[in-house]
Design a protein around this ligand. Structure first.
Ligand code: ZN
Length: 218
């Protein structure tokens, strides 16, 4: 069970990363992109541990680019180019999934990423169950610093994203108030009143109009 979930998560991250890399590839200054290496589930019925995961051996210096510390806080490194690209990938997936999925563990050798860990905002997203610290999403939004590569991909600032998601939440309750505020606040009192009254005035005029025109006639 554990291995199956692990495989699903990494291969899901791999598919997202492919789209990310396809976008990055057409940007001249992006340089080499990241690759989440595939991990395969192997079934060995005769073995005491019937399921095992298999992946390519990564040769070189194995580094942790992003991880959750013992207290459940997200640690994001942004010193090297690969670390910055990992931060950009985190931002990109966050934006791509409308803030539902976050890569919380990224490690590997150079641009080859493995042992991917994710957090999802609510159970059911992509058929996964929400695990880990739910505050990690807020933490990511407040801590992520957009870098050069976020800029190259034209990612929206996470602060802007915050203000975009807020109106959607309160849309139903606040729209009448907001409209009133706009009507009175944005324009001068006189034009505001005119604008607010205008839908009524023509109706009144229409109603009174015929009576008045009838008057002089009769
Ligand atoms: Zn960013």
């Amino acid at each position: 069970m554990f291995h199956k979930q692990e495989c699903r998560i990494q291969n899901l991250a791999r598919e997202y990363c492919k789209i990310f890399s396809a976008e990055a590839r057409v940007i001249e200054n992006f340089g080499p992109s990241l690759e989440v290496i595939p991990v395969y589930l192997m079934y060995r019925p005769a073995n005491t541990v019937p399921h095992a995961t298999v992946e390519a051996d990564l040769k070189g210096v194995y580094l942790r680019y992003s991880f959750m510390d013992y207290s459940g806080r997200l640690v994001m490194r942004a010193g090297s180019e690969v670390e910055q690209k990992c931060c950009t990938l985190q931002h990109w997936i966050h934006q791509w999934t409308n803030g539902n999925l976050l890569l919380t563990r990224l490690e590997g050798v150079d641009t080859k990423i493995t042992n991917v860990g994710i957090s999802i905002k609510s159970t059911g997203y992509q058929g996964l169950s929400a695990t880990g610290n739910p505050k990690v999403f807020e933490q990511f939004v407040s801590q992520h610093q957009c870098n050069y590569f976020c800029g190259l991909l034209g990612l929206r600032s996470l602060k802007a994203l915050d203000s975009l998601t807020m109106p959607a939440k309160h849309k139903g309750s606040r729209s009448p108030l907001l409209q009133r505020k706009i009507a009175t606040g944005s324009s001068s009192p006189q034009t505001g009143r005119k604008a607010a009254g205008s839908p009524r005035l023509p109706r009144k005029a229409e109603l009174e109009g015929p009576a008045k025109t009838k008057g002089p006639k009769s």
